[in-house]
Design a protein. Structure first.
Length: 205
């Protein structure tokens, strides 16, 4: 899930930035320190939204830089188990698909890509044997988070599934909704015909 998070920290501004305004120099250094930062508490830091209160700077002896106690706002993505996410397929491999979730990516193992026997082709396409459904790069999909691991902080893992009902390639879901609508209309027409039959029978009586 995406969050707007307020953080308070001491921001170091090196001497070569003293010619900039206080807010500009602090903002540049907050971005250098936090954009792309990953932690269990914050998740994935995507962007620095804005810098708020900046207190007076303090110079630490032997450093020469100024340190400002600052409050700033971050845009983060913190994946939660069972969360529904939308993404675009970035790449297909023989073991699954990688979905760009916006700021990070998740992996759909080939066994979790669809409710079918799935094969991988040299054209980097995953295809179902019975349904004929296929997945390729740039396809837009809806998935559910089933695993999150921060064991390697430089390369955290997000596991996804698209086998459950209501998940998968958006084109599949649109086709399913259209089919349901057709079935519903067909059922209504059948019901109307049955009602007409009953009315005709009553009239004869």
């Amino acid at each position: 899930m995406f969050y707007s998070v307020k953080v308070r920290d001491y921001v170091r501004v090196p001497p070569h930035m003293f010619n900039l305004s206080k807010k500009e120099s602090v903002l540049k250094n907050v971005r250098l320190s936090y954009e792309g930062y990953i932690s269990k508490e914050l998740g994935f830091v995507i962007n620095v939204i804005d810098v708020g209160t900046i207190k007076e700077g303090v110079i630490v002896p032997g450093d020469g830089a100024a340190f400002y106690e600052t409050e700033f706002e971050l845009l983060t993505f913190k994946p939660e188990l069972n969360e529904l996410v939308y993404g675009k397929i970035r790449d297909i491999t023989d073991f699954g698909a990688f979905l760009d979730l916006g700021g990070t990516e998740g992996m759909v193992h080939i066994s979790q890509s669809m409710e079918d026997y799935v094969s991988f082709s040299k054209d980097k396409v995953l295809q179902g044997k019975k349904t004929g459904q296929s997945l390729k790069a740039n396809d837009k999909c809806k998935a559910r988070i089933i695993a999150v691991s921060y064991k390697d902080m430089n390369n955290p893992k997000i596991g996804l599934t698209m086998r459950q009902e209501g998940l998968g390639k958006l084109e599949w879901l649109d086709a399913q909704e259209a089919a349901k609508g057709t079935e519903k209309e067909s059922g209504n027409e059948t019901g109307k015909e049955a009602d007409k039959g009953k009315e005709g029978k009553k009239a004869k009586e």
